[in-house]
Design a protein. Structure first.
Lengths: 113, 114
């Protein structure tokens, strides 16, 4: 039973397209995240949702929009894809509270050509 | 803003030997949590160990232990009896109390030589 699952695992698309990455967690967590890992392996938080409320929105282009239909899902929509968007995107979830670790999905490798 | 620094982009260790990965962080908070994550080639992020800042005792998980120096804002990971399966990227992470934001360092790539 996968705790945090992302689909798809790989996504290759052309510049200018719009794409979505789905994330679901079955851990009963109330907080979900999206992270971007660039080619140098640097992990940067993009969004955090707690009880369907956006908590963190770092300096992310507004072409990226998280959508959370319920506590168990946090999807990432990306409009007008650019070459620089190529990266691995990780979904994660955790209980609220700093002492709990985040559980990560397996990542989605997005390649924009 | 809190920042996490891992000054060693790459480290290598001989199988069965011990290696220490460094991590420092910057914060004005007194209560927070620190984590080490492992990312093998499979890409999966796996929690290795966590440390609560209010605890003086260093956390230990089997062959993994930390050296937490709160005053120095240092949180190093020691891996004893290194195994081939320990080869991975290791990320140090900081999380403020009552905050959901987990910040990661740039990572250290660990190679284990047979």
């Amino acid at each position: 039973d996968t705790a945090v699952s992302q689909t798809p695992k790989y996504l290759v698309t052309q510049m200018g397209n719009d794409k979505s990455i789905k994330c679901e967690q079955n851990l009963g967590h109330d907080t979900m995240y999206w992270y971007k890992q660039d080619s140098k392996k640097f992990l940067k938080i993009m969004f955090s949702y707690n009880n369907k409320e956006l908590i963190i929105n770092e300096t992310v282009p507004n072409r990226f929009s998280p959508k959370s239909p319920d506590k168990a899902h946090l999807n990432l929509h990306i409009n007008s894809l650019e070459l620089g968007d190529s990266a691995v995107y990780f979904c994660a979830s955790s209980h609220a509270g700093a002492n709990t670790e985040a559980f990560f999905g397996q990542g989605t490798r997005l390649t924009v050509v | 803003a809190q920042t996490v620094t891992q000054s060693q982009p790459e480290m290598s260790v001989q199988e069965a030997e011990t290696v220490t990965l460094s991590c420092t962080y910057d914060t004005s908070e007194s209560d927070y949590y620190l984590f080490w994550y492992k990312q093998p080639p499979s890409r999966q992020m796996i929690l290795v160990i966590r440390q609560e800042a209010y605890k003086q005792q260093n956390a230990t998980e089997n062959r993994f232990s930390v050296n937490f120096q709160k005053a120095a804002k240092s949180f190093s990971l020691k891996i004893s009896d290194s195994q081939l399966g320990d080869a991975a990227m290791y990320f140090c992470a900081y999380r403020r109390l009552n905050n959901n934001d987990m910040r990661f360092g740039a990572g250290t790539r660990l190679t284990v030589k047979p």
